[in-house]
Design a protein around this ligand. Structure first.
Ligand code: F6P
Length: 317
């Protein structure tokens, strides 16, 4: 009987629970014994490793976050603690791991594989959608829908006054969430780290729009831009002459009931990841591109910066 485990690492996403549920059900169907590792790499080091049953995953489909929790482990970066992790896996006869996480998590996993031979498949999971080699990361659709609901609600109050709202999205150094939210909400301004901007280049146009009857503005800015969101709001007040407010959406973007798309993608990512490991793909990340699902190397995925889709970017120019 083969033993296989799953863990979450880095920022949680809505879609992790559906992935864990399917992992338990699919591996059992394949004649494997599934294990859950709690608290990410921290739990791997501290032996928080438990055999999974159907009851463990009953009802988790609808919950955001991850019920086995996640961590950003500093200890896993050191060889001494990776040795401890290997001993814990050996004690449970586990030699295959599925990791839901981002590129940093995958780099650590690759070192672990090279040192100790633990086979792995990474499933790209981050709301930032900033992992090279994959067009889609688990959790992005749910995050975009939460942002959409938030912007729609803010629009109600913005349009009830004459106000400019600066809405800050997450994304770390990647503007994907802000850009897609801008294109799909019809906001007036979008600022992302990938594109240089000069606020004053918008001044004449915005003033003209006010003269023509515009009552409010929505600006969507990504957390990775150089300026603070309050500075953008101050610019609306001082240069455009409109009262302004800042709304930092923050961690609300990471939670919520997983969307249908994320539930389905969780299902597919897990199928491919488990099948890959069983077919001898010992050190890969399962990516989703225009050509479908593909197994990619750590080098492709974790050692190159992801570029924003040029087509999406061109819509901002
Ligand atoms: O990587 C996901 C993410 O939500 C980023 O968008 C954000 O910058 C960061 O994590 C926040 O991290 P934490 O939850 O540790 O504050």
């Amino acid at each position: 009987m083969k033993n296989i485990a799953i863990l979450c690492s880095g920022g949680d996403v809505s879609g992790m629970n559906p992935a864990i549920k399917h992992f338990v059900e699919y591996t059992k169907k394949k004649g494997l014994t599934p294990f859950l590792i709690y608290d990410g790499y921290e739990g791997l080091i501290d032996n928080a490793i438990y055999q999974a049953s159907y009851e463990d995953v009953a009802g988790v489909m609808i919950r955001g976050g991850t019920f086995i929790r996640s961590s950003r482990s500093k200890r896993f970066m050191s060889a001494e603690f990776r040795q401890k992790a290997k001993e814990n896996l050996d004690a449970h006869n586990i030699d295959m791991l599925l990791v839901l996480g981002g590129d940093g998590s995958f780099r650590g996993l690759h070192i672990f594989y090279k040192e100790h031979g633990i086979k792995f498949c990474g499933i790209p999971s981050t709301i930032d959608n900033d992992i090279n080699g994959t067009d889609y990361c688990l959790g992005v659709d749910t995050a975009l829908n939460i942002i959409k609901t938030s912007i729609d609600a803010i629009r109600d109050t913005a349009s009830s006054f004459r106000r400019a709202f600066v809405i800050e999205t997450m994304g770390r150094d990647c503007g994907y969430l802000a850009l897609v939210s801008h294109l799909t909400s019809g906001s007036e301004l979008c600022l992302i780290p990938e594109l240089k901007y000069d606020l004053n280049s918008y001044k004449e146009e915005f003033k003209k729009q006010i003269q023509n009857g515009r009552k409010y503005f929505i600006a969507i800015v990504s957390e990775g831009i150089k300026q603070d969101s309050q500075e953008i709001a101050d610019w609306f007040e001082n240069e455009i002459g409109m009262e302004s407010r800042v709304s930092v959406l923050g961690h609300i973007q990471r939670g919520g009931n997983p969307s249908i798309y994320d539930r389905l993608m969780a299902y597919k990512f897990v199928n491919y990841a488990v099948d890959g490991l069983l077919r001898g793909k010992d050190e890969s990340v399962i990516c989703y591109t225009k050509s479908g699902f593909e197994y990619k190397s750590i080098d492709d995925v974790a050692n190159h910066k992801k570029e924003l889709d040029p087509e999406l970017l061109s819509y901002l120019n």
